[in-house]
Design a protein around this ligand. Structure first.
Ligand code: ZN
Length: 224
C-alpha cells in the first residue's frame, strides 16, 4: 500500500537537502543555523529542528532534523513521522559538499515500508513495538508486579523507561522525553507490585526534567 502523503514528504525533504530549481540544497552551516547550534552553548547533541507545516508535508505528522555535531559517522538524522505515528529514519554524513549516506545505514530519501515501530506512552513509561492494547496490558502487568523479565531501556538522564517488544532487537532510539542517547539496557526483576506512589513519583520526575529543559531553553533564547 502506497502512502501518498509520505511519498510527498520524502520528495519535499529530498528537494530540501539536495536543492531544486528554486532553492540551493541544505549545507551543514544551514543545518547548524536551523537547530540553533551557532547561537548556543556547544553540546554533544542531538539538536533538532521541526520543519514548519506546509502543503507538501500535510500528509505526515512531522518532519524533524536531528543534528549530531560530535558523531564521526552520522551528522544528520531525518525523521519523518507518518500519520500512524510511525517514524521513518534516514542517516547522513556531511562530506564537505553534500549529504552522503552514513555507512551501513539507510539514507535513500524515498518512502519504504521499513519503519521503526511506533512508540506508545502509557502511565509515564514508553512502549516500543507494541500494539496499543498490548502496551496497555503490559503497563498494567508492570504495575501489578507481574512483568518480571520484560526488557527495557533506562534513560540515564531522567529515568524514563522504554519497554521494547522481545521480538525486536534492542532498538537504538533516543529517549522520547529528552532526546538523550545514553541508555542502559535492563530487565525488569520487580517481584513486588510497583507502588502507585512510585509510579506517580516517576511521572513527576519526568515532568520536572521536561520543565527544567524548557526553562533552560527559554533562558538561552531570552537571555538572563
Ligand atoms: Zn530521557
Amino acid at each position: 500500500m502506497v502512502d501518498v502523503g509520505l511519498e510527498q514528504a520524502f520528495a519535499k525533504v529530498r528537494a530540501f537537502l539536495e536543492g531544486d530549481f528554486e532553492h540551493p540544497g541544505l549545507t551543514l552551516y544551514d543545518l547548524q543555523n536551523l537547530v540553533g547550534y551557532n547561537s548556543r552553548l556547544k553540546t554533544d547533541g542531538p539538536l533538532s529542528y521541526t520543519m514548519p507545516p506546509e502543503p507538501a508535508l500535510s500528509g505526515v505528522a512531522a518532519v524533524r532534523l536531528y543534528y549530531y555535531p560530535k558523531d564521526p559517522e552520522v551528522n544528520l538524522i531525518v525523521e519523518i513521522e507518518d500519520k500512524t505515528r510511525k517514524r521513518h529514519l534516514r542517516h547522513f554524513k556531511w562530506n564537505g559538499v553534500s549529504w552522503t549516506a552514513a555507512r551501513g545505514l539507510k539514507a535513500d530519501l524515498t518512502a519504504t515500508r521499513e519503519v521503526l515501530p511506533s512508540i506508545e506512552e502509557v502511565g509515564g513509561d514508553f512502549f516500543l513495538g507494541y500494539a496499543s492494547e498490548e502496551a496497555k496490558e503490559l503497563a498494567e502487568a508492570i504495575r501489578r508486579g507481574e512483568a518480571a523479565g520484560a526488557k527495557y531501556m533506562l534513560c540515564t538522564r531522567d529515568n524514563t523507561r522504554i519497554f521494547y517488544a522481545p521480538t525486536s532487537s534492542p532498538p537504538a532510539v533516543p529517549c522520547p522525553r529528552c532526546g538523550n542517547t545514553n541508555m542502559i539496557f535492563k530487565t525488569l526483576t520487580l517481584a513486588t507490585p510497583e507502588d502507585r506512589i512510585e509510579a506517580i513519583l516517576r511521572e513527576q520526575r519526568a515532568l520536572r526534567t521536561a520543565l527544567e529543559d524548557l526553562l533552560l531553553y527559554l533562558k538561552r533564547k531570552l537571555g538572563p
